[in-house]
Design a protein around this ligand. Structure first.
Ligand SMILES: [Zn+2]
Ligand SMILES: [Zn+2]
Length: 169
């Protein structure tokens, strides 16, 4: 056996041993990598749970965002409504003041109307309208009946010579 062939033999053996070692290492690594079935299942289950939780969180988040948007919208609408209400309140107050003024005016007109109709009444009997005036003084004071029963004007005491018909508007 030449020196060369011995060397080659040694090399060959070493190579063999090396590859055997490699195979063993590989096997250990594979065993390590090979998780037991229950562990795999457990991991898959956890993965599943995480995914589900993520989806749930996203759903909750989107629900919250929508609720928040709605809340902002509600606040805006509330503000608008409050403005409209206070505007309407102001308008109502203004209308109340106008109505009060009109009521006062109506009372005044009623009083004036009463006064006018009172002025048309006979100053003696206070029930009939003035229909005549005496000549010569001309004071509008009595109805025809009351004037016929007196000989002097109830205002100036002048003697009534004649009665003339009066036509009040
Ligand atoms: Zn009269
Ligand atoms: Zn008179």
């Amino acid at each position: 056996m030449s020196h060369c062939s011995v060397h080659r033999l040694l090399e060959k053996r070493e190579n063999g041993e090396q590859s055997k070692k490699d195979q063993e290492t590989q096997k250990v690594l594979e065993e390590k990598n090979q998780q037991p079935a229950w562990m795999k299942k457990e991991i898959e289950r956890k993965d599943h749970e995480i995914t589900r939780t993520k989806i749930e969180l996203q759903t909750t988040l989107s629900v919250l965002e929508k609720a928040s948007d709605r809340e902002v919208g509600n606040q805006l609408r509330l503000g608008q409504t409050e403005r409209i209400v206070s505007q309407k309140e102001r308008t109502i107050e203004e209308q109340k003041r106008i109505i009060q003024k009109q009521v006062i005016l109506i009372h005044k007109l009623k009083d004036e109307k009463q006064l006018l109709s009172d002025q048309r009444l006979c100053k003696i009997c206070c029930s009939e309208e003035i229909r005549v005036f005496p000549i010569p003084c001309g004071h509008l004071t009595s109805c025809r009946n009351c004037a016929s029963n007196t000989h002097e004007c109830p205002v100036c005491r002048k003697r009534i010579e004649k009665l003339e018909s009066a036509f009040l508007p």
